[in-house]
Design a protein around this ligand. Sequence first.
Ligand SMILES: Cc1ncc(COP(=O)(O)O)c(C=O)c1O
Length: 454
Amino acid sequence: MSVLSSLKKALRPGASQNFPNDLESLWMPFSANKHFKKNPRIISRAKGMYYYTPSGDQILDGVAGLWCCNAGHTREPIVEAIKKQAEELDFAPAFNMCHPKSFELSSKLSQMAPGGFNHVFFGNSGSEAVESALKIALSYWREKGQESKKILIGRNRGYHGTNFGGVSVGGIEKNRAQFNKFLPEVYHLSDTHNLKKNAFSKGQPDWGEELADELDTMIEKHRSENIAAVIVEPVAGSTGVLIPPKNYLNKIKRKCVENNILLIFDEVITGFGRLGKSFASEYFDITPDLICLAKGINSGTVPMGAVLVQDEIYNAFMNKDEKMIDLFHGYTYSAHPLACAASLAALKLYKEEGLFERASELSKYWEDGIHSLKGIKNIIDIRNLGLIGAVELEPMDGKPTRRAYNVLCEAFVNQKTLLRVTGDIIALSPPLIIEKNQIDQLIENLKTTLQQTE
Ligand SMILES: Cc1ncc(COP(=O)(O)O)c(C=O)c1O
């Protein structure tokens, strides 16, 4: 019997029947396709803090889908806004034309951001937000007549999506290794992760501020007149939750200002309440020049990405003949009406329910919960900030990533819990609506999973 027909047979009465006919045709992204197709984990419905499988199992969502459903799942005001928008205006061309909600949303996002971000450029994903920010940074210097400023500086273990620019400035070798050449003039700072110095730190680690001084060495070597921008995630998520050491980000910012280098914060996961504030920039009280957003922008409901742009940068593009295009970049679906409507509804919901403040209030309970796992076999580090957490596991001998992958599968099948794993690290980032008893349940399910997984 095929996996699919045995799954169909296992359907409980009343459970969803909308099964795909064929698993083979789909090439799933960032997935172990062969293993998945033998052991499919299919999600067919969601509500609030839970996913549901076609056979009716309720799955506790420990990662807000993929760090994006900050308001929880299928929230009525967002669903209604999308439905209404689809009836009213399905699509509007984005080039030299626009629709009212795109302006409304860009104003709202500007108001939420720390000072000076009065302009917003829209794309459809975190990767496109990064790509747009890198292009804006490079072309800004050309607009200013400083064409030599072409070097981009990223960080090891940085993740900035999967487009060519993002992979170039990102610091994950595996994301480059399958392909060929990338952007030529890119250098990487060291990452700030250090188990010897910082294991089991609660919140921001004490050690590591000095790693920011590497930027001085790079500037000395490549000279500031050749460096366009530094891009970092304020808290790196997809490479295993790397919390910035105390004062590290401030130092990076100061050095960028002193050397006339743009600073880009990739806030694709830290935006929209994850740290208890609208943006990490606000949480750390650091104002970069460009901020990349996506995911929580509309609680993960319709693909959308955005770049917040400081006045100084936007204005540099506005001194041309007014009938000429100012930036040769954009997407058919930039500021798509459905994405904008969903975002406006999500931002309203975040505010009405005080979800960012809620994340802040819960963060201590969250910290205590996740650190209570210390001592369980194979755990070599636990870290947290806001409503983000990570548990790092000792890799299996000769089989890096296998242990965490087993935990992912075990947690889903036997503990009815959705986790995210990256390398041998389990990452957690629940919807901001999580209740304390659900935090307890999540930690308990993870504990049982870790105890039962080799
Ligand atoms: C910091 C960061 N930047 C960019 C991206 C890419 O976003 P997307 O997958 O929407 O392209 C991600 C995705 O997790 C991310 O965490």
